[in-house]
Write a protein of this length. Structure first.
Length: 251
């Protein structure tokens, strides 16, 4: 089989997942976008968290052109990406009880804020505990996860529950167990993961919905422009000055 054939198969698999999410999660995406718009309208702040490669989707909605300026990254030291050495430490920290509570208690999150938690499996202690404690603090939680994991794997949280069990809204990414989308007789392990593509698309759809909902209410969405277009820096400076008390990545 040619590499081109495999590339086509991966694109087909990713497109199929995107179509499923578009068709099956439309109501949930609308509800999530509306929840974020409600939070902005009511003076709340927006945060996103993901561990490991799930962090890529969280980072994708923070401080970027065309995105909501109010979306802040909730960073947990050691689990944000593969920059930690050794990389396996990040996976180990996801299973540590008490870490999420300590992070939230020292973070700026407060009652009335909204937190998007991204976890492909939703089974590790960190995302489950984060959702539990965030809701206890009065924070609205949107979970982005593959619901299939909750039916085919065992939870690693002491409660035996999953991320999906502790959210105000759940967005199902439809990603298969193990993430990889392709198999081949000559390759002993499945390969070509699609979770980053699909999860990022889900979140951008939610952000678009939030921006549109705010506009429908007569509120200018606090969007950022590219710093690489004329006037972009001036535009962003205005937005950040207006909403500076709700933006934490520039402090």
């Amino acid at each position: 089989m040619s590499d081109g054939k495999l590339a086509d198969q991966f694109f087909d698999a990713a497109i199929d997942l995107l179509q499923r999410v578009r068709d099956e999660e439309a109501q949930s995406i609308t509800a999530a976008g509306t929840l974020l718009a409600d939070t902005v309208t009511d003076g709340g702040r927006l945060f996103a968290f993901g561990a490991g490669h799930s962090s890529l989707a969280a980072q994708d909605v923070v401080y970027r052109a065309g995105g909501l300026a109010l979306m802040n990254l909730l960073a947990v030291p050691g689990v944000v990406g593969v920059d930690v050495m050794p990389a396996t430490l990040g996976s180990a920290l996801e299973r540590v009880d008490g870490l999420a509570t300590a992070v939230l208690d020292s973070s700026p999150l407060r009652t009335g804020d909204a937190l998007v938690i991204i976890s492909l499996s939703g089974r590790n202690a960190l995302p489950v505990e984060m959702a539990l404690h965030a809701r206890a603090l009065g924070v609205k939680v949107i979970g982005v996860t593959s619901v299939a994991y909750a039916t085919e794997t065992r939870s690693r949280h002491t409660s035996g529950t999953y991320l999906r069990d502790h959210c105000d809204l759940v967005l199902d990414s439809k990603i298969p167990i193990g993430d990889a989308t392709l198999t081949l007789d000559s390759i002993p392990a499945p390969f070509a993961p699609a979770s980053t593509v699909v999860t990022s698309a889900i979140l951008q759809a939610v952000m678009a919905t939030a921006a549109g909902t705010l506009a429908e209410r007569g509120i200018e969405p606090p969007l950022l422009r590219s710093g690489n277009v004329d006037g972009g820096h001036e535009w962003n400076a205005r937005v950040m000055e207006e909403y500076g008390d709700r933006i934490f990545y520039q402090q």
